[in-house]
Design a protein around this ligand. Structure first.
Ligand code: NAG
Length: 383
């Protein structure tokens, strides 16, 4: 049996527990064995048969994306990428672009083998698409990268996206399966434009020309979890421009991610909207970790902020765009500050609650567990 992630000794320990407690949930088994996995991971990783039951992972998401159950069930197409080549206008069956843009039905995309994909243009992902790179090493790198444009119900899992470059305007297969003109695109790893119900989990994002992850133009209901962001100036942008008032409704959960080393700023930078930033590990920054403008609200909860040896010790940064003074709601609850890190919280005001519904809510762990909860952030390695 192929075993991913779990070392053999641990696997047998789990099997013993399975044998003796066959009616226990995987969650309980993983606790018994002291794996200290976070709530998302312990929903699927302890199952040695996860390859057979890949789509079960859709029930594991938490935060504003909620459960991704619209991505599974009846009529789900299983599509395997066998061909790393790319044609942005006339994608061939077997390529990633065919599965992600042309197929309009509910589709779960996996990869036949390790793959290095150089996209000729941004990949516009259709609604109800899951891209699942678990078990193989998939790199999308060195040219155009991923974009979610006017689409919903999308999972991006276990993909390495790096060295993304800006793209000149041109034609590309759109998310509705028709060729569309696409304007100039900045060199971001993953860019959300008017997107909702999006789950981005266990990806490794680094070294792009613009940013790593942008959530813009009315995008909302997004969970960004278990990712590893490194080697980047501008890491994560929530809310694209000051004038875009619709982003007041933006809701983003940022949980169990590892930022650094070598990240400079924007982890995230937020405009308008609300972000719940919980249980992340911040391995230094240069300018700042969390910043914003245009009356954003942010609850920083039980993260570990390790200040850099040189550079600013202060986590936050605020930009005033309004002569009358901008209003920020930046609150810190239960965070751990190391290396003399500091967090200038908004005085007065109330800590804005995420107000999750039942399927979005999760228990934020004590910050002292964050190192172990984020230990396997980024793409998981398999035996
Ligand atoms: C976001 O999620 C909430 C709760 O599930 C839902 O009521 C709302 O309609 C969603 N918004 C969008 C734009 O999908």
């Amino acid at each position: 049996m192929m075993v991913c992630i779990i070392p053999p000794r641990l696997f047998w320990a789990i099997m013993m527990v399975v044998l003796f407690n066959s009616n226990l949930s995987f969650a309980k088994q993983s606790k018994i064995n002291g794996l200290k996995m976070n709530v998302i991971d312990r929903c699927w990783r302890p199952n040695p048969e996860w390859r057979t039951y890949r789509s079960q992972m859709a029930t594991c998401s938490v935060g504003y994306a909620g459960k991704m159950t619209n991505n599974i069930g009846k009529n789900l197409i299983h599509y395997t990428v066998t061909d790393p080549s790319d044609d942005p206008i006339n994608p061939k069956p077997g390529t990633l672009r065919y599965g992600a843009s042309v197929i309009q039905d509910k589709v779960w995309i996996t990869f036949e083998k390790d793959m290095y994909i150089k996209l000729e243009k941004s990949l516009l992902i259709s609604s109800f698409t899951t891209i699942d790179g678990r078990g193989v090493n998939v790199n999308i790198a060195n040219n155009a990268c991923l974009m979610i444009f006017k689409a919903t119900n999308i999972i991006i899992h276990s993909i390495r996206v790096h060295h993304c470059k800006p793209q000149a305007p041109g034609f590309v297969m759109g998310p509705e399966g028709k060729v569309i003109p696409l304007g100039q695109v900045d060199g971001d790893a993953i860019r959300l434009v008017t997107a909702s119900k999006i789950w981005i989990d266990h990806n490794t994002l680094n070294d792009c020309q613009d940013g790593l992850l942008d959530v813009t133009r009315g995008s909302t209901n997004v969970t960004i979890s278990n990712n590893w962001f490194r080697n980047q100036d501008k890491v994560m942008l929530l809310g694209h421009d000051d004038g875009y008032i619709r982003d007041q409704n933006m809701k983003v959960t940022v949980v169990y991610n590892h930022f650094g080393p070598n990240c400079n700023q924007r982890m995230p930078r937020i405009r308008h909207g609300y972000a719940h930033v919980a249980n992340n590990l911040y391995q230094g920054w240069l300018q700042y970790a969390i910043g914003g403008s245009m009356k954003p609200s942010l609850k920083s909860e039980a993260n570990i902020f390790i200040a850099p040896r040189t550079g600013s010790k202060e986590v936050t940064w605020r930009k005033s765009t309004d002569k009358n003074g901008d209003r920020w709601e930046f609150h810190s609850v239960g965070d751990i500050f190391e290396n003399r890190a500091s967090f200038a919280v908004t005085k007065g005001g109330r800590v804005p609650k995420p107000n999750y519904n039942k399927e979005q809510s999760f228990k934020v762990a004590d910050a002292k567990f964050v190192r172990s909860l984020t230990r396997s952030s980024g793409v998981l390695r398999c035996d």
